[in-house]
Design a protein around this ligand. Structure first.
Ligand code: C2O
Ligand code: CU
Ligand code: CU
Length: 505
């Protein structure tokens, strides 16, 4: 099997410029209004919805209530779950060094607990499933954020309920700012766009857009939607000026990988990921973003005429060694797996966000050659090596052949020791692997795409491991002792057992 075909990456060209072969259609800068929906199965003729602009609040002295709530989707009332009445939850913003005090109140009819994905906090504040609280109870979080600027997020982590609760609307942004980032003078205010992406299964029933009813194949592959919601609305659109924008994207989908590209064929400049700013900017034609990953982009709209419409879209792709009908390059669409994942399996092209140039502006921003001083661990002596094999066999999702057991400690890791962990995927499904309590450096990928991709520079907390790939990361737990999690962030896989406990000792 030609695994190397997947993503068709050709490697890194000079000066940090990554060139993907032409897989984007010819530039079509000025699509006629109404023609924007060409790639979508859904939403033809339906108006685009304004992208709600997040209003950030300080995460101190905050009560965060998880409760049922109906939200409007295309004029229908869709039952959902919301934090403080909003979907996604209220975005939180703080500066490095500030103290966070949040009371989570569970007004749901089932247990929940919140995890601060990307934050390095003590076990009592990390939202481990053993800490889940029953209905009507509260949980107090109190921690100081002492880590670099980055866009993180929060979501429930109750055992076997994460997929449903996140899908039904419980997720929100958590943005950390620091001096290093501020010194760059990046586009800000209206020119900084925050985008929480989730694919939702709407079909012809908008009232069911936040209803979670997975089939048996969904539990195996992951739950895929047919329509992309941005900040809680379908077919999002945003009016912009002809300037450079900073666009910060979270993929909060349960299972969908997006391959983002612009309809104009223009490249992105990637400046950051789940760990914050990259050491240096990189120019790319398209970017793959798996569940729980974040990317920080510069999109240059300076010079475009008023009236220009640019679609940020997810391109079609196939996964070499993947499952036929699930974005796999395996042939035989008539095989036993055909049709799994519904009409929009992994790799289906989808519209993501329409940018409409509504005003001139002309503010262009060029990033400096050096963005940050994020350190490299490569070259430091490695104290220990571990391998984690992610596998789906016979409807079981496992790591090193075991399914999650809340009371079993699978690994013990000494505080402060540099280790190399290898995440290996020998099966036919993609696994976005996430580690709690630290960030890691991606140092090598063997098999599959075979390289460390430009958006994997710097540090990360989630890395996509495709069929046939082994990814090496370097990491060290410096902050807290205690029990943390390693898991696949395909939420159906996580809930079905692709998760393990490790204890920092
Ligand atoms: Cu975002 Cu343990 O997860
Ligand atoms: Cu996490
Ligand atoms: Cu997985």
């Amino acid at each position: 099997m030609q695994r190397r075909d997947f993503l068709r990456t050709t490697g890194v060209a000079a000066a940090g410029v990554w060139l993907a072969p032409a897989m984007v259609n010819a530039p079509d800068t000025v699509a006629a209004p109404g023609a924007a929906e060409d790639a979508s199965v859904l939403g033809i003729g339906a108006p685009r919805m304004p992208l709600p602009r997040p209003k950030f609040i300080a995460p101190s002295g905050l009560t965060l209530t998880a409760a049922e709530k109906s939200v409007a989707v295309d004029g229908h009332s869709a039952p959902a779950l919301a934090f403080n009445g909003t979907v996604p939850g209220p975005p939180l913003e703080m500066r490095r060094g500030e103290r966070v005090r949040i009371d989570l109140h569970n007004a749901l009819r089932e247990p929940t607990i919140v995890h601060w994905h990307g934050l390095h906090v003590a076990p009592a504040a990390d939202g481990h499933p053993r800490l889940a609280i029953p209905p009507d109870e509260s949980y107090a979080y109190d921690f100081v954020v002492n880590q670099r600027a980055a866009m993180h997020w929060y979501h429930p982590h109750a055992h076997a309920r994460t997929a449903a609760q996140v899908y039904r609307g419980l997720a929100g942004l958590f943005v950390v700012r620091d001096e290093e980032e501020a010194s760059l003078g990046l586009p800000s205010g209206d020119r900084e766009i925050f985008l929480v992406l989730q694919d939702r299964r709407v079909a012809s029933n908008p009232a069911a857009a936040f209803t979670y009813q997975p089939s048996a194949p969904d539990i195996m592959m992951g739950h895929f939607g047919d329509s992309v919601f941005g900040n809680g609305v379908p077919r999002p659109t945003v009016d912009v000026e002809a300037s450079t924008y900073r666009v910060r994207i979270l993929n909060a989908s349960n299972a969908r990988i997006f391959r983002l590209a612009l309809s104009t064929g223009a490249p992105f400049v990637i400046i950051g990921n789940d760990g914050g700013l990259l050491p240096a900017p990189a120019r790319v034609d398209s970017i793959d973003i798996a569940p729980a990953e974040r990317i920080d982009l510069l999109i240059d709209l300076a010079g475009l005429a008023v009236g220009t419409r640019v679609m940020l879209r997810s391109l079609a792709f196939t996964i070499a060694g993947g499952m036929p009908g699930m974005g796999g390059a395996g042939r035989g669409m008539g095989g036993p797996m055909a049709g799994m994942g519904g009409s929009t399996p992994q790799g289906t092209p989808l519209d993501v966000l329409e940018l409409v140039v509504a005003r001139g502006g002309g503010r262009a921003y060029a990033p400096p050659a050096r963005l940050s001083t994020v350190g490299s661990l490569a070259g430091t002596a490695i104290g220990h090596q571990r391998t984690f094999r992610f596998a789906t066999r016979m409807m079981r999702h496992t790591i090193n052949d075991s399914a999650f057991d809340m009371s079993r400690v699978d690994e013990r890791v000494p505080l402060g020791r540099l280790e190399r962990w290898t995440f290996a995927n020998d099966d036919m499904l993609p696994h976005p692997v996430h580690v709690h309590a630290t960030h890691f450096e991606v140092v090598a990928r063997r098999g599959g795409r075979g390289i460390v991709l430009p958006w994997e520079a710097g540090v990360k907390d989630t890395v996509l491991v495709l069929p046939g790939e082994s990814v090496d990361v370097l990491l060290r737990f410096d902050a807290h002792r205690g029990l943390f999690l390693l898991h696949c962030h395909n939420l159906e896989h996580e809930d079905a057992g692709m998760m393990m406990n490790f204890e920092v000792v």
